[in-house]
Design a protein around this ligand. Structure first.
Ligand SMILES: [Zn+2]
Length: 200
């Protein structure tokens, strides 16, 4: 007689869903620490939680983040959001880099709700990044989402991998920019943006 038992396949969890804590415990040991000492007992779980949060941008859906926050308007002046704080991890050392982003665009028909722009930055910052790509991705996403006449993004950041390892002077920062459309082609637009973000 044929068995009606369903075949139960044991699926191993996807690689990105596998726990990190055992790896961190192993890492602590390899660093010469004793992972069983009091202060470190919960550390692997805390590090796992922190790393999951700091890389949560991989699991975020841009469309959902911006959902319901795109508006049709008759406004064609420059929209500028400056001093957006962000925190990211460099993909070369997995150490933080952090700073501010200034974002502007020239709307054509649509604008993005102002509060959503920092959320957009978080989606890309909470991944392993290099500053150049982070800057570019933010600009590109705005361009693709609302098709403005142009987008300008300036990003200033400090990198702990440089500061802590003494590669750079403690107070030096890195600047990157991405200029699309009118911000690339028209000097007056670019100058207006720079004047707005450098004004104290
Ligand atoms: Zn680095």
């Amino acid at each position: 007689m044929k068995s009606n038992k369903a075949v139960v396949k044991v699926m191993s969890p996807k690689r990105e869903d596998q726990p990190l804590a055992p790896l961190i415990e192993d890492l602590l040991g390899r660093l010469g620490e004793n992972p069983k000492r009091d202060g470190l007992l919960r550390t692997p779980h805390r590090v796992e939680g922190a790393l999951r949060f700091l890389t949560s941008g991989y699991r975020a859906d841009i469309r959902k983040v911006l959902n319901g926050a795109l508006y049709e308007v008759k406004y064609d002046e420059m929209v500028v959001v400056r001093d957006i704080e962000f925190f990211s991890l460099c993909e070369h050392h997995m150490l933080p880099f952090f700073g501010k982003m200034h974002i502007a665009y020239l709307p054509q028909k649509k604008v993005i709700g102002l509060s959503k722009i920092p959320r957009l930055v978080d989606v890309f910052a909470r991944r392993l990044q290099i500053q150049e790509r982070l800057t570019q991705q933010v600009a590109q996403t705005i361009q693709e989402t609302i098709n403005p006449l142009g987008v300008g993004v300036i990003c200033e950041a400090k990198h702990l991998c440089m500061m802590m390892r003494g590669v750079e002077k403690q107070h030096s920062g890195a600047m990157t920019s991405a200029m699309l459309g009118a911000f690339r082609d028209r000097k007056d637009t670019r100058d207006e943006f720079l004047a707005l973000v450098t004004r104290l």
